[in-house]
Design a protein around this ligand. Structure first.
Ligand code: NAD
Length: 366
């Protein structure tokens, strides 16, 4: 069956980097037998400029009809003064919510050729390849929130006559935990079959349920080795010996923090892809970086994170792991050949622009 994609370039460097990923898509269609069609849509500031809305209904309709969405980046200083509901990021948050993207997959890969880019010693990180699976639509970011003034507020043994008090509730159901656990176990099955579930079960009731349910789900995946870590230890282990991990699964808040730590380990924001998936297997695939207004229009942005997002799209939404591997191998070849955009070049190293990098990946596919 012909796969249907929606491409949303967005703002800033978005159109430049997405254009390079699209070249790779054309090559896979024309020369490697990928049966695919695609169309484009507007989101973020570009959509606001054209329609007065960061997520026009027509974009959402196209996304619903697609098997997967390839997304560039959104945002820019010209939109910073817009009212909250018109801001570019509303477009991204809106599409995630409307499509029910509950699973966020964030690989952190450090190609051996770029080991010097990390703030850790090269021997600790060279060849790093981990995947963080973050629950994206539950937990404290979506729990009940409240801000109030309390008379006679108790802190330990003290009573404060009047205090401003705010609270956010961390809540998970067994359904939500099982759903993300299945996603993580399946992802581990496609990799090195090791899953580490991260929680704070020594303190939090919601984490105790998390651990219980993850253990129940584990029965369906006897080939995957399951371990557990408290989140504070996990953060420490990520910077101490990150290569011990294969797949990490965790709640929304913990995942937000741990995935940024993991990204920083690689030291190359222009290299990292991500995916957000729903229960139907539809996904939104995007680089983890933003629209980089400081370099937009200069032709110097690194397109590899977007090209690698296309690889994730092929693996997770179109079930074409073979073609995903082809793209990843092409990226490796290009890096091994010494090609570098400015963001991944060592001091004094020659650099190439966005288009040359994209062309090189296309050439390396064969
Ligand atoms: P950013 O990721 O856009 O940029 C941070 C730094 O990394 C900049 O110096 C930039 O030049 C560099 N950089 C980023 N991507 C690069 C690439 N592919 N190649 C080379 N260098 C790259 O983050 P920011 O500056 O904090 O935010 C800029 C805008 O992007 C803001 O409007 C923000 O809201 C938005 N943003 C969007 C997303 C998204 O679309 N998912 C994510 C984060 C930020």
């Amino acid at each position: 069956m012909t796969a249907k994609l929606l491409i949303l370039p967005g703002d800033g460097i978005g159109p430049e980097i997405v254009r390079e990923a699209e070249k790779v898509l054309v090559a896979l269609r024309d020369r490697h037998g990928l049966d695919v069609v695609w169309e484009h849509g507007l989101i973020g500031g570009a959509a606001y400029d054209a329609h007065g809305e960061p997520l026009p209904a027509v974009t959402l309709e196209k996304a619903r009809a697609a098997d997967a969405v390839l997304f560039g980046a959104i945002g820019g200083p010209q939109y910073d003064t817009l009212p909250k509901d018109k801001r570019p990021e509303r477009g991204l948050l809106g599409i995630r919510a409307a499509m029910g993207f509950y699973a966020n997959l964030r690989p952190a890969i450090l190609y051996p050729q770029l080991a010097n880019a990390s703030s850790l010693k090269p021997e600790l990180v060279a060849g790093l390849d981990i995947l963080i699976v973050r629950e994206l639509t539950g937990g404290i970011y979506f729990g009940k929130r409240e801000s109030r003034v309390v008379d006679g507020h108790q802190v330990g043994h003290e009573v404060i006559p009047q205090a401003r008090v705010a609270s956010d509730v961390e809540q998970y159901s067994d359904y939500e935990i099982a759903r993300i656990a299945h996603t993580a176990f399946k992802a581990a099955q496609l990799r090195n079959k090791k899953l580490c579930s991260v929680d704070k079960a020594n303190v939090l009731e919601s984490s105790q349920l998390w651990r219980e349910v993850v253990c129940e789900v584990a029965a369906d995946y006897p080939d995957v080795e399951l371990s557990h870590l408290y989140v504070d230890n996990a953060a420490m282990q990520l910077v101490r010996a990150p290569k011990q991990f294969d797949v990490i699964v965790t709640a929304n808040l913990f995942g937000d923090i741990l995935s940024d730590i993991a990204a920083q380990l690689t030291g190359s924001i222009g290299m990292l892809p991500s995916a957000s998936m729903n229960e139907k297997g539809q996904g939104l695939f995007e680089p983890i970086h933003g629209s980089a207004p400081d370099i937009a229009g200069k032709g110097v942005a690194n397109p590899l994170a977007t090209i690698l997002s296309l690889a994730m799209l092929l693996r997770y939404s179109l079930k074409r792991g073979d073609l995903a591997e082809k793209i990843e191998a092409a990226v490796q070849t290009v890096l091994a050949g010494g090609l570098r955009t400015g963001d991944i070049a060592a001091k004094g190293e020659a650099t190439v622009g966005t288009v040359a990098m994209g062309d090189a990946v296309v050439a390396a596919l064969d």
